[in-house]
Write a protein that binds this ligand. Structure first.
Ligand code: VGL
Ligand code: ZN
Length: 201
């Protein structure tokens, strides 16, 4: 058992990011058994859930003439446009059916404001609007997090970089993550995590 100062944070292990889902990540479902097993080592387990209202501004379908995986300029910066995914209360937004959700101390939902996307578990994509996770970790005395989940090069990386910026020690279990990998986004993400001092296991 690990010390109470460490938490496992499982990012977006939801049906829409698994094979057959709206924004399927190759092999996304393969990590479920390993993530489940890892939960037994931790005194604190947090799950995040991508949780968009219908017509969310990150959906390509909201931008005329745009296709999924193209980008657009939003007031807060460049935004990749996605297929409609993880719509609140839909089957696609549910956790993978084999994930041990009962082990979670907290389930953190993000991306619920229509006008702004939220990849990171800590901040929305403006890098300013907090989700509340920092306060949760600090008030529980958690100083180190281990990350697993989907997708390596988006929500996992953005969460890891924010943790490092906040002074929370962070390890990414690459074997328990899978990537979308748009135009080299995975190698880019790994380089940025390395540079930020994230432990890549
Ligand atoms: C994610 C794209 C859009 C993720 C979420 O979980 O990595 N990616 N929404
Ligand atoms: Zn999303």
């Amino acid at each position: 058992m690990r010390p109470a100062t460490e938490a496992l944070v499982v990012i977006d292990l939801q049906n829409d990011f698994c094979p057959g889902g709206a924004l399927a990540v190759e092999g996304g479902d393969e990590i479920v058994p390993g993530v489940n097993a890892l939960m037994d080592e931790f005194r604190a387990v947090i799950l995040t859930q991508d949780w968009h209202p219908p017509r969310h501004s990150s959906f390509a379908s909201e931008h005329e003439g745009k296709a999924p995986f193209e980008t657009t300029r939003m007031p807060y910066g460049e935004q990749v446009l996605w297929p409609d995914h993880c719509i609140q209360n839909s089957a696609g937004a549910a956790f993978h059916p084999d994930l041990r959700t009962g082990e979670a101390d907290m389930i953190l939902r993000k991306g619920f404001r229509r006008e702004i996307d939220s990849y990171s578990a800590f901040f929305e994509n403006d890098h300013e609007t907090p989700t509340g996770l920092e306060g949760y970790l600090r008030t529980r005395g958690i100083e180190r997090i281990v990350l697993a989940g989907l997708a390596t090069d988006f929500c996992v990386t953005w969460s890891a970089l924010d943790a490092a910026r906040l002074g929370v020690a962070v390890e990414v279990r690459q074997d328990l993550c899978r990537a979308i990998d748009l135009d080299g986004s995975l190698s880019d993400a790994i380089a940025r995590m390395r540079a930020a001092g994230v432990t890549l296991a």
